[in-house]
Design a protein around this ligand. Structure first.
Ligand code: COA
Length: 265
């Protein structure tokens, strides 16, 4: 995986065993998402999905101030009707790639997560924030609307009332407030954030990789289905997982009172 990503400037990928740490790396612009950064994130997550040695991903921002301070406003300011729509679709596609990735993706929100930055975090599976982070969708204060999924993912995660408060005021919330409304899963001191995220990632990595991928898929696909269809899909997949070597290993390890060995090359 590393060789095809070595030339990237705006997104860095580091490996620690089966963990991949992806860092949006434009600290002088508070990691704002320009076209190149969106394309690089898209390529990175495509490569991660193909790489069986990656068990989980942490996504964070470079520097101490920001996770991602939004879509790049200097790019947005030049857009017209057609390229505005294209821009939205490109950002949405990259975030869908993260949401639909086979690997669990944890957002380590180390500072400002505004606009496209919060939308990026919303596409991740689990979010943890530094106590100092600020999270919001300030688009209406710029005379625009969220365009990378914020109007859809935020109400699904936190409910319509919370989403509309954030979207219609444009005002950010603190990490503690984000925790209270279910926008993040936990809050850490800034110096503890990465270690906290790694601990959760390592728990996930210790589990069966195919089970993780299928369980995530059930939750993601189920969100678009009726209860009835979602339960059918779950039952089908519960049958399918019973055909895997991973199933046999997980069951055998429990019965033999030993730790399972998963197939991760
Ligand atoms: N797009 C492009 N550039 C951005 C950016 C964005 N979304 N957010 C920050 N930057 C740039 C600034 O223009 C500045 O660049 P410069 O040094 O070349 O002038 C640099 O990042 C540092 O930002 P600055 O505003 O000086 O930092 P600050 O600590 O004073 O303020 C924020 C931090 C996050 C409050 C402020 O940068 C901000 O409001 N950013 C825009 C947030 C936003 O509306 N995002 C949604 C976009 S849809």
């Amino acid at each position: 995986m590393m060789s095809e990503l070595q030339t990237m400037q705006n997104v860095l990928v580091a490996r620690e065993g089966h963990l991949a740490i992806v860092t949006v790396n434009r600290p002088s612009k508070l990691n704002a998402l320009d076209d190149a950064t969106i394309a690089e994130l898209d390529a990175v997550f495509a490569a991660i999905d193909r790489d069986d040695t990656v068990g989980a991903v942490i996504l964070t921002g470079a520097g101490e101030k920001a996770f991602v301070a939004g879509a790049d406003i200097s790019v947005l300011s030049k857009q017209g009707v057609l390229d505005g729509k294209d821009n939205s679709l490109r950002g949405q596609a990259m975030m869908l790639r993260i949401e639909n990735s086979k690997k669990p993706v944890i957002a380590a929100i180390n500072g400002f997560a505004l606009g496209g930055g919060l939308e990026l975090a919303l596409a991740c599976d689990v979010r943890f924030a530094a106590k100092t982070a600020k999270l919001g969708l300030p688009e209406v204060s710029l005379g625009i609307i969220p365009g990378y999924g914020g109007t859809q993912r935020l109400p699904r995660l936190c409910g319509t009332g919370v989403a509309l408060q954030l979207i219609l005021t444009g005002d950010p919330v603190t990490a503690d407030e984000a925790l209270r409304v279910g926008l993040v899963n936990g809050v850490f001191e800034p110096t503890e954030l990465l270690a906290g995220c790694k601990a959760v990632a390592l728990r996930m990595i210790s589990r069966g990789p195919q089970a993780l991928a299928l369980a995530k898929q059930m939750v993601r696909r189920g969100a678009h289905l009726s209860m009835h269809d979602g339960l059918q899909l779950e039952a089908d997949s519960f049958g399918i997982i019973s055909s895997t070597a991973e199933f046999k290993e997980g069951m055998a390890a429990f019965l033999e009172k030993r730790k399972p060995t998963w197939l991760r090359t």
